[in-house]
Design a protein around this ligand. Structure first.
Ligand SMILES: [Zn+2]
Length: 140
């Protein structure tokens, strides 16, 4: 929202808009289209213009534009292929993670089995000791 240059009042809507094409100044390339809004201050009545937006246009030879567009299409194709590869890799990673989880579970099961076997042999040992003790006690 531009301010009135005389009283500083803010104006939100232009009374009219138009475009002007500005020739390039020295050292610049291309044309600039300026969208200008004419405002009338609702407080003091001053009319003032403000540039609303600017659009630069470069003059490019048709062949050059075509080659830029072709290059862009090639880059886009390469980018699409790369995206597909990345997706494929993400899938593979997920599968790998799943088989790692499975392997971890299998490993856990086998650890538990080993522990169970150890416990069973310990129980066997204790039973043997118990019966030996009972035998000793019975002899007393
Ligand atoms: Zn004003």
């Amino acid at each position: 929202m531009p301010n009135c240059p005389k009283c500083g009042n803010k104006e939100s809507l232009p009374t009219r808009t138009f475009s002007v094409i500005v020739e390039p100044s020295k050292g610049e390339r291309g044309m600039t289209e300026r969208r200008v809004g004419m405002y009338t201050c609702s407080s003091c009545g001053t009319k003032f213009p403000t540039v609303i937006s600017k659009q630069r246009y470069l003059v490019v030879a048709e062949e050059q534009l075509k080659s830029i567009q072709d290059e862009l299409a090639t880059v886009k194709k390469g980018n699409d292929e790369l995206s597909a590869k990345v997706r494929g890799m993400a899938d593979q990673q997920r599968e790998l993670q799943q088989s790692m989880d499975r392997a971890a579970k299998e490993n856990e099961v086998s650890n538990l089995r080993t522990k169970l076997e150890q416990l069973e042999s310990f129980v066997k040992h204790l039973r043997k000791e118990k019966s030996e003790l009972e035998e000793k006690v019975s002899r007393i």
